[in-house]
Each structure stands twice: as structure tokens, then as C-alpha cells.
Design a protein around this ligand. Structure first.
Ligand SMILES: Nc1nc2c(c(=O)[nH]1)N[C@H]1C(S)=C(S)[C@@H](COP(=O)(O)O)O[C@H]1N2
Ligand SMILES: [Mo]
Length: 427
């Protein structure tokens, strides 16, 4: 080894020289000094003996075929058909924070529709000075905003209320994605129509609906509509995919995914909420006493370890281990994430890959040494309001057992000595 390693900690020296000293299994880490000649290094390989594919072989690229496992997945028994259904983002296999559109979860109430830009119309009516209809080309002429936000379906983790249910972070926490949106501020469009006719804006609402058969109508308080909502037409730099609302969707930062209306066609300024199906019979939370609370729009702070996890077991034995996951809060930036290996008895503070960004996913890492013993792995997020992600028991105390939506409790993975992980409940 070079002299520079002398100053490093013992674990680092072991990391670099480990494999030369011992056979597989008893090794400290993955980096190895080959004991025998490695044909992958010493032999000329096929990929170096012939030319590769020319440019334009794939005019719009897809992931390389070896990554075919990184894909959305449906849970068939959850819904009667795939038209009104949900699938899940493979968060166990992604890293960083941006979700590629191609594997970002989908939730449709009446299927994903195909709507051409030429056929697109956005109406603003109701209590406005001048009712307006925008074409897609009209929207492109207003000043634009670029911001990254997470969208979490209120039902994310909803199957876990009664006990550990689905075996994988993709299924327990995969109704979430995080994209950089480009669009026009909703405020800009509302002001274009003029809000004098609405009078005092404090108690006013906007009712937003989509062009699909379900319309997915929701009422949004005017204060939020004028604050940070976007009428978006690009995600991660490219046009919205059909399944995410092409050509235009509403972005409602930090609030439940159901309000992010896709294929957005109408915004009505009203003096009261519409009390639509989506905000009365659905997307309300029934408490222990049978009373349902509504207008629970904000997604509270939450986190999950994405690896190791049931779909991402530890394959390398004991030694250096990267524990990683995602944290987010609809109330602002994530300020801290703690990780526990013993079901919440003791905690270590994880490293945030970047400072938390308000209402966007934050990636965390805990670079650790695994003893090879079993772990009850948990993560606990804190946001800038001082809010701490609750345990399952704490959440149930407030919410009872009748809820589906807004389950933001601490998740536990039981990591076994063989590296496999299972969804378990530690409440
Ligand atoms: N028009 C319309 N908008 C919609 C929906 C829908 O079915 N139709 N589903 C809602 C729900 S419940 C969620 S969680 C998000 C899902 O967005 P995604 O499919 O881009 O992940 O869109 C919301 N907006
Ligand atoms: Mo949703």
C-alpha cells in the first residue's frame, strides 16, 4: 500500500487489503487485491474486440437491459382492476433523490388518458373578473418556475396500519416520487383572470379538476393556491409522461398526491369547498370514535430505509455497510434523520447527502460496520418545524386503527444474519 494509507483509520486499511488476506465470506469489504489472475482484467473481452452500437440506435434511450428489475410493480389483490389502481416506485433500487418518470408510481381513478397538446384547454372560471381559457401554447408564454417536489399518495403505507403487511420498501413506501417540475405559478394564472370579483380571498377556494373520466376534483384553499402551486408541463426536464398527466398537471407542494390533478382542465374560484367524492368519502381519516377528520392535506414528516430492505438484502457479509434511505416532509425541509439498528432503543444520526430541501425528498446515508448480527433497522425523520416522525404506537394513540391514509410511522426491517430482510412491526 502507498504511504498515504498509513494515516488512515484501521478500518480503512482493512478495507483496502482485506481480500488478499482471506477468502470470500470472512472478508471485511468488497475491494480486493486479486490473489489469482482475473480473466476480466487479463483477457481481451468481447466488448473490447468489436465496436459497439452507433449513435441513434435508441433515439430515446431506455435503461440498459441488465437493470430490468428496476421497474414499477402492481399488487394485484389490492384493486379489482388496473384502471382504478396504483403501482409502486422501486425506491429500494434507486439512489439520489430524483425519480425517473419511467419508474415513478402511477395512480389513476379511471385510467391514464392520451390528450394531445393541440386538444388541451385549461379553463379558469367562477369568482374571477374575466373567465379565461388557455391553450397549451398560451401557458408557455407566462414566466416559468423550476422546483423539485415530492408527491406522496395519502394512501402510501396505508396497508401497514394493522401490522406489517407488504414485504418490500417498494410496496410499503413506493407511492412516492420526486421530480423537478417546470411550469407556471397558479397564482400568475389566477391573477391573469383577476381576483377582485372574489372579494376577501381569506375564505375562498379553488376547485380543480382533470380531463379524465374520473375528473378527480378537489377543493384547495385560496391561500395555498396563491402560495406555491404550479401548473406544470415538464418533469425532470422533459414533457410529463402520459401517466403523470400530459400535457399539464397541478403541483401542490407538500400536500397529498390526490390534489395534484393530472390532465388539468378547469380551475373554478368558489366561496366554499365543493365537498367532492375525493374529499369526503375518500381521503378522510376515520378516528377510533368513528368520526372522520377531513382537510388533512399536508403530508407529515416520514422516512424509510430503502437499503438494506426486503428487496435489497445484504449480500456481502459483515463489515462495511451502507445503510441508505429517503426522508421527506410536507411542512418544510428535513433537518435530521436518525437510524436505529435495535428497533428504536438506540439511535445514530445519519448523514444527509445534501441539506434538506423544503417539500422534496432528502437522501440519507449511515456508513457503518455490520457485525453480521441481526438488526431491527429503523429510520426517524425530523423536519424544520421540530416535528419528529412518530412510532406506530404513538400514531395509533392519536389516530386509532380505522385509518388508511396518512400513515407516517417509523418502519422496521428485520435484517437477519444471512443478510435477508423482512417487514416486521415494532410498535
Ligand atoms: N385527473 C386525475 N388526477 C389525479 C388522479 C386521477 O386519477 N385523475 N389521481 C390522483 C392521485 S390519488 C394521486 S396519488 C396522484 C398520482 O400521481 P402520479 O400518477 O403521477 O403518480 O395523482 C392524482 N391526480
Ligand atoms: Mo392518491
Amino acid at each position: 500500500m502507498s504511504d498515504s494509507t498509513k494515516d488512515n483509520a484501521p478500518s480503512r486499511r482493512q478495507f483496502l487489503t482485506g481480500v488478499a488476506a482471506a477468502g470470500a465470506g470472512a472478508v471485511a469489504a468488497g475491494a480486493s487485491r486479486a490473489a489469482t489472475p482475473d480473466p476480466l482484467i487479463t483477457e481481451v473481452q468481447p466488448w473490447a474486440s468489436a465496436t459497439g452500437e452507433g449513435v441513434d440506435a435508441t433515439p430515446y434511450g431506455l435503461p440498459i437491459r441488465f437493470e430490468g428489475d428496476v421497474r414499477r410493480r402492481n399488487v394485484e389483490w389490492l384493486t379489482a382492476d388496473t384502471i382504478s389502481s396504483i403501482n409502486f416506485t422501486p425506491i429500494h433500487a434507486l439512489d439520489g433523490t430524483i425519480t425517473p418518470q419511467g419508474c415513478a408510481f402511477e395512480r389513476h381513478h379511471s385510467g391514464a388518458i392520451e390528450l394531445r397538446k393541440q386538444d388541451y384547454r385549461l379553463m379558469i372560471n367562477g369568482l374571477v373578473d374575466t373567465p379565461l381559457v388557455f391553450t397549451y401554447a398560451d401557458l408557455e408564454r407566462f414566466p416559468r418556475i423550476n422546483r423539485t417536489f415530492f408527491l406522496e399518495c395519502a394512501a402510501n403505507t396505508g396497508m401497514e396500519w394493522a401490522g406489517a403487511q407488504l414485504n418490500g420498501a417498494q410496496f410499503t413506501h413506493g407511492m412516492i416520487h420526486n421530480m423537478e417540475y417546470t411550469g407556471v405559478s397558479l397564482r400568475t394564472l389566477l391573477e391573469e383572470a383577476g381576483l377582485d370579483a372574489a372579494g376577501d380571498l381569506k375564505d375562498k377556494w379553488v376547485y380543480v379538476e382533470g380531463a379524465d373520466a374520473s375528473s378527480n376534483g378537489r377543493s384547495i384553499p385560496m391561500e395555498k393556491a396563491l402560495d406555491d402551486c404550479l401548473v406544470a408541463f415538464k418533469a425532470n426536464g422533459e414533457a410529463l409522461r402520459k401517466e403523470h398527466g400530459y400535457p399539464v398537471r397541478l403541483v401542490v407542494p407538500g400536500w397529498e398526491g390526490n390534489m395534484w390533478v393530472k390532465w388539468l382542465r378547469r380551475i373554478e374560484v368558489t366561496d366554499q369547498p365543493v365537498q367532492s367524492r375525493e374529499e369526503t368519502s375518500k381521503y378522510t381519516d376515520t378516528l377510533a370514535n368513528g368520526v372522520s377528520r377531513k382537510w388533512t392535506w399536508v403530508m407529515d414528516a416520514k422516512s424509510v430505509v430503502t437499503s438494506p430492505s426486503p428487496q435489497s438484502p445484504i449480500k456481502h457479509g459483515k463489515g462495511p455497510l451502507v445503510i441508505t434511505g429517503l426522508a421527506w416532509s410536507g411542512r418544510g425541509a428535513i433537518t435530521r434523520v436518525d437510524v436505529s439498528k435495535d428497533g428504536g432503543k438506540t439511535w445514530e444520526t445519519a448523514r444527509l447527502a445534501q441539506p434538506g430541501q423544503a417539500m422534496a425528498l432528502t437522501r440519507f446515508y449511515l456508513d457503518t460496520e455490520w457485525t453480521g448480527e441481526e438488526m431491527l433497522l429503523q429510520s426517524r425523520a425530523m423536519d424544520e418545524t421540530g416535528y419528529v416522525q412518530p412510532t406506530k404506537a404513538e400514531l395509533r394513540e392519536v389516530r386509532g386503527m380505522n385509518s388508511i391514509y396518512h400513515n407516517n410511522c417509523i418502519q422496521t426491517w428485520w435484517v437477519k444474519p444471512n443478510g435477508e430482510a423482512e417487514n416486521v412491526e415494532v410498535s
